[in-house]
Ligand binder design. Sequence first.
Ligand SMILES: [Zn+2]
Ligand SMILES: [Zn+2]
Length: 230
Amino acid sequence: MTEQNDSQESRQESRQAKAGAIIVPVTLFEQNCTIIWDEPSKKAVVIDPGGDVPKILDAIKQTGVTVEKIWLTHGHIDHVGGAAELRDALTVPIEGPHVADKFLLDNVVASGARFGMTGGRDFTPDRWLDEGDSVSIGGLQFDILHCPGHSPGSVVFFNKDLRFAHVGDVLFAGSVGRTDLPGGSHATLISSIKTKLLPLGDDVGFICGHGAGSSIGQERMTNPFITGEM
Ligand SMILES: [Zn+2]
Ligand SMILES: [Zn+2]
């Protein structure tokens, strides 16, 4: 402590959180609407505002962050049902998903009606995302991985420095996304996971669209859909 005061101080600084995140469960599907922010600037992004927009706005207020963007992992109703309303409320752009999910964003009202969800609107994002793109919020940068299979236009947001990913409904703790919806393909999904997500590294932690998060390593070793047991 005494002999290395300076370096300890700088180490403490580097250990200070660079980012923060909270999860706001929304819709009857208990979808993990996620607010992620750059700690120094408190600039934030809302990922997958599926609905319950007043609840999301409350969480933003309580967290004290400034939301500058909305990011979408894919076009399913529980992830995008509140996107147009939140864009209007905050006057921020929507980025994502991949254009292959356009058919879903063109039918938000219709798919909402099937589940008794009102207030959703069809919309076009301000920016479609594709493999190799990157998006940023404050000083945080995320690489885009196009991971079709659960839906054709699913994307994953990966922050290399933080060793963190938001994987939407591609991969779950102990499971993978369902593939019985329009445009779904189980073989494509498993290929996306094996060729895009596993190579990110075992140390990468993730938040997913439903339920608890996990890490790539944990899933590589124990997820029956990846180990080949299912
Ligand atoms: Zn989904
Ligand atoms: Zn979902």
